[in-house]
Design a protein around this ligand. Structure first.
Ligand code: ADP
Ligand code: MG
Length: 481
């Protein structure tokens, strides 16, 4: 970017569509399962055939309320579904059922961490709506295929305030939201399948100016990496435009990840007039105190609270606590290991964020698919804690845990990896090494401290790593005096 970028401030607001993890659709009983043969999961209601009536899925409402509570938002006691009218082949009814003036969730917030500082991002609203179908352009020479399986899938659209000031903040917000909806169990978060997608509104203004600049909206970005790239690219485009005397026009743009650029889709003048009006086929939604009380009682521990508890009660540092609370299954795994191994929490944290995570990453596996169960890892860590084996030998045992199904105790016994605590045996080896290396002994005694490491290395090698390094150090110091 040019040096003049420093005179500009970026302003970003995100609209995120999360697919709610209900079994059936928001207004029909058809399945929401992903990946079925095209058009096998769209019933008469989803197709908008004459005479059908939508019936609201209570589970979708429950999930929206769960989300609202997690972001400390207002839950509307009374909300309304509206028809958003537009024409597109993947929208059989000619309108999408959404919420407009009276959304179910209003005015909450999410705290993000960027460069060690916490920042609060406002959430204007979250509303329920149905998804549209999909246009398929591949495999249809000169034609477009339509798959209506997705039509009627429940979405919660989460709209932020224009509170973000960099692509980095936008990504942090998106990640935090992604983590939250999965914690709450209201969305599977699968971005490749489109369960979590983002529209980014971007504008720039001269630093110090109060009014916002004109924004462009970049549609349908489905990865964290692309959000960052698309925003940075758009910011650069707008600054260049303004600095060369041009004007940003309010428009919808598409991000092309192959060319790494944004392209105009439609301008404000061409923008749809959606002619919203309350859907006469659906009753307003009333949410009473009992429903809210029931949901509040069942709310899981939220990521921020869990992270704080991990720091307070396990003494973890910020980084480990952040990693270990990044998903509920990972946090559960950690707590199960601590409990089962009766080892220091820090040791458990180090092994899970270190050795285990590295192995999982390499194999492309999630913690829920770990070949090493929490019991088996706990079994290994217990042997480090009671000094049966050294940390170095433990890595060797871990390899075997990963490959097979034996317990750490079985592996240690079968391979004879137990640390040698017989001081007589260690002493004999030390004596031999001292006798074999008179030159080095001479050097050490004449003040060359560095040679000490040589002796430690020789003894450990002779003992195949099975001696306690502390013990070896102590005895060597004595003998070399
Ligand atoms: P629309 O109804 O056209 O989608 P909204 O006012 O609801 O417009 O805003 C949509 C999103 O755009 C929100 O996330 C909001 O924070 C963001 N936004 C609004 N104005 C700006 C701006 N000038 N720059 C960046 N983002 C903006
Ligand atoms: Mg919008």
């Amino acid at each position: 970017m040019t040096t003049s970028t420093s005179q500009w401030e970026t302003v970003i607001g995100l609209e995120i569509h999360t697919q709610l993890a209900t079994k059936s659709k928001i207004f029909s009983g058809a399945s929401t399962a992903y990946g079925a043969e095209p058009n096998t999961q769209a019933c008469a209601v989803d197709l908008g055939l004459p005479g059908v009536l939508p019936v609201l899925n209570k589970e979708a409402v429950r999930m929206a309320v769960i989300f609202g509570m997690a972001i400390e938002a207002q839950i509307a006691p009374y909300s309304v579904f509206a028809r958003k009218n537009y024409f597109y082949p993947d929208l059989p009814k000619g309108y999408q059922i959404s919420q407009f003036e009276l959304p179910i969730v209003g005015n909450g917030h999410l705290d993000i961490e960027v460069d060690g500082a916490t920042k609060r991002i406002g959430i204007t609203r979250a509303h329920l709506e149905e998804d549209a179908g999909k246009s398929l352009h591949e495999n249809f020479h000169g034609l477009t295929g339509i798959d209506l399986n997705r039509a009627g899938t429940p979405l919660l659209e989460i709209v932020s305030e224009p509170d973000m000031r960099s692509a980095k903040e936008a990504v942090a917000y998106m990640r935090k939201l992604h983590e939250l909806v999965r914690y709450l169990g209201i969305c599977d978060g699968n971005m490749q399948e489109g369960s979590f997608r983002c529209d980014a509104n971007v504008s720039v203004r001269p630093k110090g100016q109060k009014e916002f600049g004109t924004r462009a909206e970049i549609k349908n970005i489905n990865s964290f990496k692309f959000v960052e790239k698309a925003i940075n690219h758009e910011v650069e485009r707008q600054i260049e435009l303004l600095e060369s005397g041009g004007k940003v026009v309010q428009e919808t743009r598409l991000y092309d990840s192959v060319k790494d650029e944004t392209r105009s889709m439609r301008s404000k003048e061409e923008a749809n007039d959606y002619r919203y009006f309350p859907d006469p086929d659906l009753l307003p939604v009333f949410i009473d105190e009992d429903f809210k009380t029931e949901i509040k009682a069942a709310l899981p521990e939220l990521p921020d609270a869990k992270k704080q508890r991990f720091k307070d009660s396990y003494g973890l540092d910020e980084e480990s606590a952040t990693i270990l609370t990044s998903s509920r299954p990972l946090a559960d795994y950690f707590e199960a290991v601590v409990k089962a191994s009766a080892s220091e929490a820090k040791l458990c944290a180090n092994w899970i964020t270190g050795e285990l995570s590295a192995a999982l990453n390499k194999a492309g596996l999630d913690i829920t698919e770990s070949p090493v169960s929490h019991e088996r890892l706990a079994g290994l860590l217990a042997r480090i804690s009671d000094e049966t084996i050294s940390g170095k030998i433990a890595k060797q045992v871990f390899e075997e845990l990963w490959q097979g199904s034996s317990t750490a105790d079985d592996i240690i016994a079968a391979k004879g990896l137990k640390q040698i605590t017989d001081t007589g045996a260690i002493e004999a080896i030390i004596d031999k090494i001292i006798a074999d290396n008179p030159g080095q002994v001479e050097q050490y005694r004449s003040g060359k401290d560095k040679v000490f490491g040589f002796f430690v290395g020789q003894v450990m090698k002779e003992m195949q790593g099975k001696a306690s390094p502390g013990e070896v150090n102590k005895m060597l110091k004595d003998k070399l005096k």
